[in-house]
Design a protein around this ligand. Structure first.
Ligand code: N01
Length: 553
């Protein structure tokens, strides 16, 4: 065992959130260490290196905005960057910020225990590392630990098995192989589209047909990039003040209105225009499509007709048409997904009709036949929101884990703290706009909020901060309340928590980034209202502040 080392902050995870947090805390003069379990930095962009992995929002948005200089020093090559380019970007950022030495890769957090007498977490990591820290900041993301549903017989399979969320760095041979993909969410759709041209045969095992819309990827639009680069703080402010999924500045007459405000011809023209532009904007063609089923059906029918117009085999096209309202599950964006089904070497296996019975030594046995496979690709999604917290083995003084009170859905204050866990923070946690907002800017905001809290504590001689249970309850109810009008509360994806009594809770905050930031700013402005503080038991707890490296905007 190595000697215990003490830190002000231990950050867990070196993806977008962890990299920024490490930089920001170091700039604040705090002694910080970032633990990363992967072989290299990058978080999801290290682990999800499956063929076709690509961001599903515009790259000019999906990057750090805290420094104009940093923003301008990197130029994306495409509208939606591929996994390898994003990983290169993150490496560029790490070097540019000078935080590589503060990150320990191949070092998973294996446990963290709060010791009230010392006002610190005792942390174990990697093979034999023992550390202590005042603050523990989980930057582990919400879609990190793979879902592992039981696939009977998987251990019997003699071929190769790969998970999209744990794709190896070594090349996986696609060419000339019979490939089976289970799962048709974003990861499935991207990998299916990328592997189809090279596979000898590709079998897609689809349980539910989901909506996918064209990304319209292409070389970076220089004018769009320059518009942001010319005034990065303004772009950042626009996002931080934005509504759900959208930071565009609409002219008065082009703002989305209810579908019923338009004639049928205008409805179709607006949908067509968005379809041609591509991307996530399909969520917001009509202001009421997320709440009104008639408005939603206009969009859903439009997309279903596009699928029918693309897939030549009409029976197959029907199987690919989603049956649920549009956008009630995270929207998938693609580059030629439905076209793949016109290929001779691609077959759709509808496992809602004929379920998988078992995996055999040589392939997949369904209710109506056996499919011979060499490579099995599992694109089964994630143990969302709580997976990485459970994995981390964090315990409070009562021996509880942070998710132990989450049986009716995550309970947090602002998505950042959970009651009973002093000095523990979850960047972009459940109850914040997390998976429905601007993830990178939310990470920036959260790290700043946490460091402001630490400053506040140091200034007042506090050693511990903990969410008050009542404040947590009020915030969690507010998050649940806001989602009540949304059709997507009836959806069936990882963002909805379903209780045994049939009630549901939507996990992320859906009031928009703007309202969320206002609420979090208000908590801060009121001296971190809703948190309990305890004074330091030892005078040495406060740290001297040192100087900054790269300044924020
Ligand atoms: O996971 P998912 P994902 N038997 O949960 C199926 C982000 N992301 O990794 O729908 C058979 O969406 C399941 O079927 P069903 C993005 O936020 C972003 O694809 O439950 N099938 C579904 O088809 C995204 O939303 C990017 O019936 C089973 C699939 O597995 C999120 O990650 C790229 C099954 C899981 O879909 C998750 O996407 C990739 C079983 N037992 C991911 N269990 C980009 O930025 C599950 N399934 C582009």
């Amino acid at each position: 065992m190595q000697r215990e080392k003490d830190y002000d902050v231990i950050v867990v995870g070196a993806g977008f959130g962890g990299i920024y947090a490490t930089h920001h805390f170091a700039n604040e003069g705090l002694k910080v260490l970032c633990l990363e379990k992967g072989e290299e930095i990058g978080g999801v962009w290290h682990h999800n290196r499956y063929p076709g992995a690509r961001v599903d929002g515009d790259s000019i948005d999906y990057c750090f905005h805290f420094s104009s200089e940093l923003y301008r020093d990197w130029r994306w090559s495409e509208r939606y960057a591929g996994q390898d380019e994003i990983l290169r970007y993150l490496n560029f950022v790490v070097d540019r910020l000078g935080v590589r030495d503060s990150i320990r890769v191949r070092t998973p957090l294996t446990g963290a225990e709060w010791r009230p007498d010392e006002q610190r977490y005792h942390v174990t990591a990697g093979e034999d590392l023992r550390l202590t820290t005042r603050f523990l900041v989980m930057a582990t993301g919400n879609l990190t630990e793979p879902r592992t549903p039981t696939l009977i017989g998987l251990e019997d399979f003699k071929g190769e098995v790969r998970r999209t969320s744990r794709w190896p760095r070594e090349p996986v041979r696609i060419a000339g192989r019979r490939i089976g993909v289970i799962g048709t969410g974003s990861s499935g759709v991207q990998s299916i589209t990328a592997m189809a041209p090279d596979a000898e045969h590709l079998y897609v095992f689809q349980r539910t047909a989901h909506y996918s819309v064209p990304a319209r990827n292409g070389p970076l639009d220089a004018a769009r990039y320059e518009a942001v680069a010319a005034d990065v703080p303004a772009a950042r402010a626009r996002w931080l003040g934005s509504g759900l999924f959208d930071a565009r500045e609409h002219e008065e007459d082009s703002r989305p209105r209810p579908a019923s405000a338009y004639s049928q011809a205008v409805q179709q023209a607006r949908l067509e225009e968005q379809w041609e532009f591509g991307g996530q904007g399909m969520h917001l063609v009509f202001i009421d499509q997320t709440t009104d089923i008639d408005s939603n059906t206009v969009v859903a029918d439009f997309v279903r007709n596009k699928i029918r117009g693309t897939v030549k085999d009409t029976a197959l096209a029907e199987k690919l048409c989603p049956k649920y309202p549009f956008g009630t599950r995270r929207l998938i964006i693609d580059t030629g997904y439905y076209e793949v089904y016109n290929r001779e070497n691609v077959s759709l296996v509808d496992i809602s009709e004929n379920p998988i019975e078992r995996i055999t030594e040589t392939g997949i046995q369904t209710a109506n036949g056996h499919y011979e496979i060499d490579l099995l690709v599992l694109a089964l999604g994630f143990n969302a929101f709580r997976g990485s917290l459970d994995e981390a083995n964090i315990r409070n003084e009562k021996g509880q884990s942070p998710t132990s009170r989450w049986d009716r859905g995550p309970r947090t204050l602002l998505g950042l703290m959970t009651a009973g866990f002093p000095n523990l923070f979850t960047l972009t946690g459940p109850g914040s706009p997390a998976t429905v907002g601007h993830l990178v800017l939310l990470n920036e905001y959260h790290a700043t909020w946490v460091s402001d809290l630490i400053r506040h504590m140091d200034a007042h001689g506090y050693a511990t901060a903990e969410a008050d249970e009542g404040a947590e309850e009020r915030w969690t109810s507010h998050v649940t309340e806001l989602a009540q009008p949304l059709l997507r509360l009836q959806g069936n994806d990882y963002m909805v928590h379903r209780n045994e009594d049939g009630s549901r809770a939507f996990i992320p905050y859906v009031g928009g980034m703007g309202r969320y930031i206002e609420a979090a700013d208000l908590v801060r402005a009121r001296g971190f209202d809703g948190l309990h503080f305890k004074p330091a038991t030892s005078p040495s707890i406060r740290v001297p502040r040192t100087s900054a490296t790269l300044a924020d905007n």
